[in-house]
Design a protein around this ligand. Structure first.
Ligand SMILES: [Zn+2]
Length: 275
């Protein structure tokens, strides 16, 4: 998978990658082409697009193929496929066989998968079983995972460790402790930061962002979800990533260009992308 860089004479310019964005969702139907063209023009080279349910993969795969066919006008879309824990009622055991086949369609990861106990933990046993199965599918395909964990950081850590899964991945929209983040990083995971850390009141998250080393961090919008502080009443968009990273650069007291550079480098390494 090639992510084309932007060149300025001989020297490649740093580019930005949105490590988590649902650009295939219907909220973007009217504005998708314009948003993608603006993202590309401002220096975004790629967007990781995670799958959520079996009935959504096909449309997502078609969108990815059509956008990537003419990547001069949009960031390259990097697809992942998975069964999201939030949509348990949609999933079926046979979807796991379909996932196995779908991954051969240029997937860079299995995701988004994980555990969600935010509203209820009633179906947590079923979520855990589904997560375990998807971990083993990812291991068979030698693919990293994109993990959604709400109120379940320790449980996710435990299941990943028990499974012996070693291909790493991204803990998206991370909200755990420094200790959990460090343990995950040791296990080959990158920690995803986005809109939530743009709020001044997010002190714990900001202090975590400040304490982690550069090689542990990636950035994301999770658009259309998680609107940042500067656009809280509107649906989120991958275009917001530029401003989000500026704010997070202030938090880390590092130059913005450095954040573009190290986060892209981390993703290129994790997904084995060529530039
Ligand atoms: Zn997501």
């Amino acid at each position: 998978m090639v992510v084309s860089g932007f060149t300025n004479k001989e020297r490649p310019m740093p580019t930005l990658i949105d490590s988590h964005c649902h650009i295939d969702f219907p909220q973007f139907d009217e504005s998708r082409q314009d948003i993608l063209a603006d993202c590309r023009q401002k220096g975004m080279s790629a967007i990781v697009v995670p799958g959520v349910s079996c009935d959504q993969w096909r449309g997502m795969a078609e969108l990815v193929a059509s956008i990537n066919a003419d990547a001069t006008d949009a960031p390259r879309l990097l697809p992942a496929y998975g069964l999201h824990p939030y949509f348990m009622t949609k999933h079926d055991a046979k979807h796991l066989d379909q996932l196995d086949a779908q991954l051969d369609n240029g997937a860079i990861a299995v995701g988004e998968i994980g555990l969600d106990a935010f509203e209820t933990d009633k179906d947590l046993p079923q979520q855990m079983a589904l997560f375990r199965r998807q971990l083993s599918i990812a291991a068979n395909h030698h693919l990293p995972i994109i993990v959604h964990a709400r109120k379940t950081q320790d449980l996710v850590l435990k299941l990943v460790r028990e499974s012996g899964f070693a291909a790493g991945g991204i803990m998206h929209a991370f909200s755990g402790s420094l200790q959990q983040a460090q343990r995950l990083h040791e296990m080959g995971f990158l920690i995803g930061f986005g809109g939530a850390a743009t709020y001044d009141r997010a002190r714990r998250l900001r202090s975590l962002l400040k304490q982690l080393p550069q090689d542990a961090i990636v950035f994301e919008t999770d658009a259309p979800d998680i609107p940042p502080s500067f656009s809280r009443t509107r649906a989120n968009s991958p275009l917001n990533l530029f401003r989000i990273v500026e704010i997070l650069a202030d938090v880390r007291e590092e130059p913005v260009a450095e954040l573009w550079q190290f986060s892209s480098k981390n993703l290129i390494k994790l997904f084995n992308l060529s530039t």
